[in-house]
Design a protein around this ligand. Structure first.
Ligand SMILES: [Zn+2]
Length: 457
């Protein structure tokens, strides 16, 4: 059978697949540090050579930063665009690594063999799962099951400054039926997850000024307005006793989760106490009546990220401060308009300001949430294919943070993105001793073979 022959090829070739990944991991492509500019270029070159050997029409494309790698191969069936990044995070503190970060190795652990080294999970190992799937397919059949384009960037870990302009300039070339992104994780140890919802973010900084200078609280305390008190009162008014956010019109456009998704989330067996237990907590602090997964994946939030005012040094000073400030962020869900909410929040603060105080606002990031239209047949095809490979059925999940690339595919190229990844919570990405389970790598390759097979039908 076609599919089984390719899966057998993956199994038989695993040792060489690992060897190729180790080669790529030896290149210290740290994008944020100019000292490694040449290495980023070398990593891009390595990918060009490797993809050429599979038969891709591939080029390294210059940007004002690190190059992009773009490759195309003709095939029957739908056109898919696969995205990954070849750059990695810095490695310090180096002293905490048990093994040099760019001398990767296969290592036995209590939980099975792992590939250890910077980039093994984020994102070189994940990127290579798809490349190896293409290689196996090509080896067995001489062609690919779909028209496949690959798009690799080298600046993901340093803010992707060239990404949007490059996508805009090359929109026609990059546009496909669907984008596949491999830079996320499994749910738990063995449940494949397809991210279909990403929260957006709105950041605001406010500074409240009362008296025109710091005052002595003995001389002025009681008669003069204290901006720290004003700010505290405003912050305290952001949530009611049930955890609901009180900014007017905040929930406009927010919809309830579709029942099939709610069911999938319930089936995941997420334990609030266990999740919170790892950070020394035990009681969910979101809106009453919501599950833990809703709180992190599908409900909007308002959090105070920083607060300052008055005397912060050692000892004690009876100051009545002139200014007080706070940094506040909102995680947004589909339906919410970040710019309207910014206005709403500012009006909410203004309305509570005493006559002789002023407030200044500083805008930080504003990005909308995104929700993939799981109506696209590729989503159900991928879910079935992943469920065949892993012990647990695959689920459509949310992501509490934001992954800007997914939004760019939608906004710039008008295509949905499907985020599937095989990382684990303990991969220590961005930290010393990063690893990728050998089983994640192996089953990851097999997963893409199955997904491509399902999508080509
Ligand atoms: Zn990444």
């Amino acid at each position: 059978m076609t599919l089984n022959a390719v899966l057998d090829q993956v199994d038989g070739d695993l040792e060489s697949s690992v060897a190729r990944l180790l080669e790529l991991l030896r290149i210290p492509s740290i994008s944020t540090d100019p000292a490694y500019k040449g290495d980023c270029d070398t990593a891009a070159e390595w990918l060009v050579d490797d993809l050429q050997s599979i038969g891709f029409d591939v080029s390294k494309r210059p940007t004002t930063g690190h190059p992009m790698v773009v490759a195309h191969a003709e095939g029957e069936g739908p056109h898919v665009l696969f995205y990954g990044h070849y750059d990695v995070q810095p490695v310090d503190p180096l002293s905490l690594w048990d093994n040099p970060p760019f001398e990767p190795r296969l290592e036995d652990t209590d939980k099975g063999p792992v590939i250890r080294g910077r980039g093994s999970s984020d994102d070189k190992g994940q990127l290579m799962t798809f490349v190896e799937a293409c290689r196996a397919w090509k080896t067995v059949h001489g062609s690919l099951p779909a028209k496949i384009s690959l798009f690799f960037e080298g600046e993901e870990e340093s803010g992707s400054p060239s990404l949007v302009p490059f996508m805009q300039d090359n929109a026609d070339e990059l546009k496909a039926d669907i984008a596949l992104i491999c830079d996320t994780g499994l749910f738990g140890e063995s449940t494949p997850a397809i991210v279909t919802r990403l929260r957006g973010l709105l950041g605001e900084e406010l500074t409240i000024t009362g008296p025109n200078k710091d005052l002595h609280s003995g001389m002025y305390g009681g008669i003069a307005r204290n901006p720290v008190r004003v700010l505290s009162k405003i912050i305290a008014s952001l949530h009611d006793a049930t955890g609901k956010i009180m900014v007017p019109n905040f929930y406009d456009g927010v919809e309830e989760l579709p029942t099939n998704i709610a069911q999938q989330w319930n089936d995941l067996g997420f334990e609030d106490a266990e999740f919170l237990g790892e950070v020394g907590l035990g009681v969910p602090a979101g809106e009453d009546g919501r599950t833990g997964l809703e709180m992190i994946w599908s409900r909007p939030t308002c959090e105070v990220n920083g607060i300052s005012g008055g005397y912060q040094g050692d000892g004690f000073k009876t100051v009545l401060p002139s200014v007080a400030s706070a940094k506040i962020s909102f995680r947004l869900v589909p339906g919410q308009d970040p710019l309207k909410l910014r206005e709403s929040f500012r009006a909410f603060v203004q309305a509570q300001l005493p006559e002789d105080c002023t407030v200044e606002f500083k805008a930080h990031g504003a990005s909308s949430a995104s929700e993939m239209s799981t109506q696209h047949p590729a989503f159900e095809q991928a879910r079935a294919a992943l469920s065949d490979e892993w012990p647990n059925p695959a689920a459509f999940v949310g992501c509490g943070g934001s992954i800007p690339i997914a939004g760019h595919f939608k906004d710039i190229l008008g295509m949905d993105a499907m985020l599937v990844g095989f990382g684990k919570d303990d991969d220590q990405i961005h930290s010393p001793n990063e690893k990728y389970d050998l089983s994640s790598f192996h089953k990851g390759i097999r997963s893409w073979v199955r997904v491509l097979d399902a999508m080509s039908k």
